[in-house]
Every structure is written in structure tokens, then in C-alpha cells.
Design a protein around this ligand. Structure first.
Ligand code: MV4
Ligand code: CA
Length: 448
């Protein structure tokens, strides 16, 4: 087992990883940018080193600065968290080359899933259901029209180097497709440096359901059930839950089996997530995320498995301590992402200083937060400051606890989206589990 681990991240996930290390008796090294000098993850770590100026490009994305600290602090391993360098194969390789263990999947698996076209090719071979569409890249408009007419409009054009909804555009007709192809290639070129695009049938009202995977370095791989992640805004998830309100044992069995095929196809050896779109009883592979995700928490609540400790043990070479038949999904968990943003002003980010902070508690309430009273929320990073998770024996109990916790939660000094969450937790479609990826746009008028 490692003696000392560097956490190459900030905020709530850095604290989450520090907590897992503590429980395993591992010393922790935090890295921070100038803006994060007095932040909570710096306070909680055993050692902390400044890695550069506030902009992420000069600090949390600075591979050399991070590796220099790893050398200086003599760590055994590095955990990347999510975002920043978490799915950067070059970083994973550089970490190993410098002699440290990377607490995440093997670099080849990261690379394989980084190209959406390549990912689909691998999944097709593995027998994972795909959304009908082009077989690889689409070069020009004529080819696009041919494919679109074969699969039927509407179609969506996606950047292969994209992901998380970045660089996807929908075309409802042949005429629209001409413009959409050009704009998608331009966005892909400027955003990802790679203009490669592909086409898929656009599913008009799907759910976004994902399966949590856990693989080790000895060929074992299991799934830990499903999460419903359809409540998103501009591809930023806002509320997640486990299990999905529409999940049945049979559907979970089918989706879990498909997810394990996906993991096996790339020799997956860490925590990872296979994202699917679900519509009318069918599900289709969307993407695979080769990192721990923000919403890993709701899976931890319903399975009782600590996913971050599991990742660390796997990286240290241990075999999975549980078999698929040991995995049991019990009760229901919901997570509300607390963001420093203004839901009444188009969710614009609202950095600032927290003057008063009172967090909820009591039965079935978990807070994973990177903030406390007096904390400064810098403008340089994403706006999520905390995750409020509630857990109960049923979805109704988890909802009752979330309503109570959202009422108790007091954050004075910055504007947050807590009022948005309070409104969703009263909204009838949400309460009935009647959710699709269009939930926010369809119900926003009720959520103000
Ligand atoms: N062929 C096809 N049809 C419908 C889709 C629907 C989504 C989607 C999924 C989840 C939330 C969404 C919100 C608005 C628009 C789209 C979505 C989607 N993605 C891709 C990345 C993921 N974060 C969002 N891909 C789709 N692809
Ligand atoms: Ca992704």
C-alpha cells in the first residue's frame, strides 16, 4: 500500500481523496494555485505545495509543476481526481515514467476512449449496442446526406475529440445538414484541434443513464449499478440519482452486462463509467468516462462501497475485494450539485466570499464540499462548490430528506442554485420520475 499520495486537484474532490487516504493510513500532499492558497484541501492535507498562478493552465494543468512536487515530496502515487488532467493519457504516462503510480486506468484505456469514433469502433466489436449512424468519420456533406437519409432525420453531428456534449449539433433536414456539418467541423477544429466529426441518429427524448464500473489489474471487472443523470443544463449535470426511477432488475442486468463488455474490451483497471442513452426500452452506448465522476457519491450510498478507496487499492495492485454477486443495490440516493451561480440570471457564475455557512445534517444527509465559512470562491475554476447527497430506504424518503436538507442549507455571501434545487424537489414531473434529458428546458419556467 502507498505511504504518500499527491492529489493533483482542488475543491471537494481533493478533500474526498484526502479523506480516503486518511482512512487507509496514507499521507497526503496537496497542490494549489495562488487563488487556492487558503482553501480547505490545503488545510486538510499533511503537506501542501504551490504549483503556480491561479489560471488552471498555469497550475492544475501544469504537468511539470505537479511532477516536480511529487519528486520533492517523495510521493508513491498521484490521484488526478476529475476534470483537469484526469483523462489525459499523456499525464498518466508522464506520471508512470517519473516513477509514480497513477491512481486511475492504464493510459491506453484513457486514449482509446478519448476518441469517440475509436470508442464506438471498439464497442461495436465488443457487442455493445450503438446509436445508428456513420461508421467512423464523415468527410463531406454528400457522405453526410447519404448517411442521414439512410438513418432518417433528425441526426446529430458530433466531434470525435469532443465529449460531454461539447461540439454536437442537430440537423432536422438535408438543408440544415449542410450548415451543421461545416459548423461542427469548425467548432471541433477550434475547441479540440481536431475537425473529425461523425453522425448519429438524434434520439429526441432519451434518458441519460450510466453504469459504474470497477476493474482491477488482475482481469476482474464488476459493475456497481446505475445512475440517472438526465437533469442537466448545457451538458452540465445538476441532479443525479441512484438507481434510476425507471430501473428494473432485468434492465440493470442488461445494461450492466453491456458495460462490463465495454470495460473488458479495453482491459479497464480502475473506477470508470459507461454512459448510455435510454429510450423506449432500448439503450445505446454514448461515451465511456475513464475517471472517477462527480456523482460517484450516489453509487457509494446505495452499494456501501467506497469508490475512491477502491481506486487506490487497485492502483496499489490489490485484487477487487468483492465479486459481482456480492454487489447489492439498497435504498435510493439523490445528489444536488451546489454551484456558485445565479439560476435567475442564466446561471451565470457568481464567485465571491462566503460570509455565513451552515450545512444540513441528520439522518441520510451527506455533504461533500470544498467550502467553509470565510472561504473565497475564485472565478478561475468551475462553479461547483459542494455536493448535497441524501439517502433513504426509498426514493420518497431520499426526496423528503433532500427537501429538508435544502431548507436547512444556508450559504450567505455568494449566490447559489439552491433555490433551483428546492423548486425541482417540489416539481411534479421530477417527483413522478418523469425525467428526460430535456427536463430543465421543459420545466425551467416552473423552476424560477
Ligand atoms: N445521438 C444522440 N441523440 C441524443 C443525444 C442526447 C445527448 C444528451 C444527453 C444528456 C443531456 C442532453 C441535453 C441536451 C442535449 C443532449 C443531451 C447526447 N449527449 C452527448 C454527450 C452527452 N453529455 C450529451 N448525445 C445524444 N446523441
Ligand atoms: Ca465524457
Amino acid at each position: 500500500m502507498f505511504n504518500k499520495v499527491l492529489i493533483a486537484n482542488r475543491g471537494e474532490i481533493a478533500i474526498r481523496i484526502i479523506r480516503a487516504c486518511w482512512e487507509l493510513g496514507i499521507k497526503t500532499v496537496a497542490v494549489y494555485s495562488e487563488a487556492d492558497k487558503r482553501s480547505l484541501h490545503v488545510t486538510l492535507a499533511d503537506e501542501a505545495y504551490c504549483i503556480g498562478p491561479s489560471p488552471a493552465a498555469k497550475s492544475y494543468l501544469n504537468i511539470d509543476a505537479i511532477l516536480n512536487v511529487a519528486e520533492k515530496a517523495k510521493v508513491d502515487a498521484i490521484h488526478p481526481g476529475y476534470g483537469f488532467l484526469a483523462e489525459n493519457a499523456e499525464f498518466a504516462r508522464a506520471v508512470k515514467k517519473a516513477g509514480f503510480e497513477f491512481i486511475g486506468p492504464n493510459p491506453k484505456a484513457i486514449e482509446a476512449m478519448g476518441s469517440k469514433i475509436n470508442a464506438k469502433k471498439i464497442m461495436k466489436k465488443a457487442g455493445v449496442p450503438l446509436i445508428p449512424g456513420s461508421d467512423g468519420a464523415v468527410e463531406d456533406v454528400d457522405e453526410a446526406i447519404e448517411i442521414a437519409e439512410a438513418i432518417g432525420f433528425p441526426v446529430v453531428v458530433k466531434a470525435s475529440a469532443g465529449g460531454g456534449g461539447m461540439g454536437m449539433s442537430v440537423a432536422y433536414s438535408k438543408e440544415e445538414l449542410k450548415d451543421v456539418i461545416e459548423s461542427a467541423k469548425n467548432i471541433a477544429k477550434s475547441a479540440f484541434g481536431d475537425p473529425t466529426v461523425f453522425i448519429e441518429k438524434y434520439l429526441e427524448n432519451p434518458r441519460h443513464i450510466e453504469i459504474q464500473l470497477l476493474g482491477d489489474k488482475h482481469g476482474n471487472i464488476i459493475h456497481l449499478g446505475d445512475r440517472e443523470c438526465s437533469i442537466q443544463r448545457r451538458h452540465q449535470k445538476l441532479i443525479e440519482e441512484a438507481p434510476s426511477p425507471i430501473m428494473t432488475e432485468e434492465l440493470r442486468e442488461r445494461m450492466g452486462e453491456a458495460a462490463i463488455k465495454a470495460g473488458k474490451a479495453i482491459n479497464y483497471d480502475s473506477a470508470g463509467t459507461v454512459e448510455f442513452l435510454y429510450e423506449n426500452g432500448n439503450f445505446y452506448f454514448l461515451e465511456m468516462n475513464t475517471r472517477i465522476q462527480v456523482e460517484h457519491t450516489v453509487t457509494e450510498q446505495v452499494t456501501g462501497i467506497d469508490l475512491v478507496k477502491a481506486m487506490i487499492k487497485i492502483a496499489a495492485g490489490e485484487e477487487l475485494s468483492i465479486k459481482q454477486e456480492d454487489v447489492e443495490i439498497r435504498g435510493h440516493a439523490i445528489e444536488c450539485r451546489i454551484n456558485a451561480e445565479d439560476p435567475l440570471n442564466d446561471f451565470v457564475p457568481c464567485p465571491g466570499k462566503i460570509k455565513l455557512y451552515r450545512s444540513p445534517g441528520g439522518p441520510g444527509v451527506r455533504i461533500d464540499s470544498g467550502i467553509c465559512g470565510g472561504a473565497e470562491i475564485p472565478p478561475y475554476y468551475d462553479s461547483m462548490v459542494a455536493k448535497l447527497i441524501t439517502y433513504g430506504n426509498s426514493r420518497e424518503e431520499a426526496i423528503a430528506r433532500m427537501r429538508r436538507a435544502l431548507k436547512e442549507y444556508v450559504i450567505v455571501g455568494i449566490t447559489t442554485n439552491i433555490p433551483f434545487h428546492r423548486a425541482v424537489l417540489e416539481e411534479e414531473n421530477f417527483l413522478k420520475g418523469n425525467i428526460s434529458t430535456h427536463y430543465v428546458e421543459q420545466n425551467m419556467h416552473k423552476l424560477k
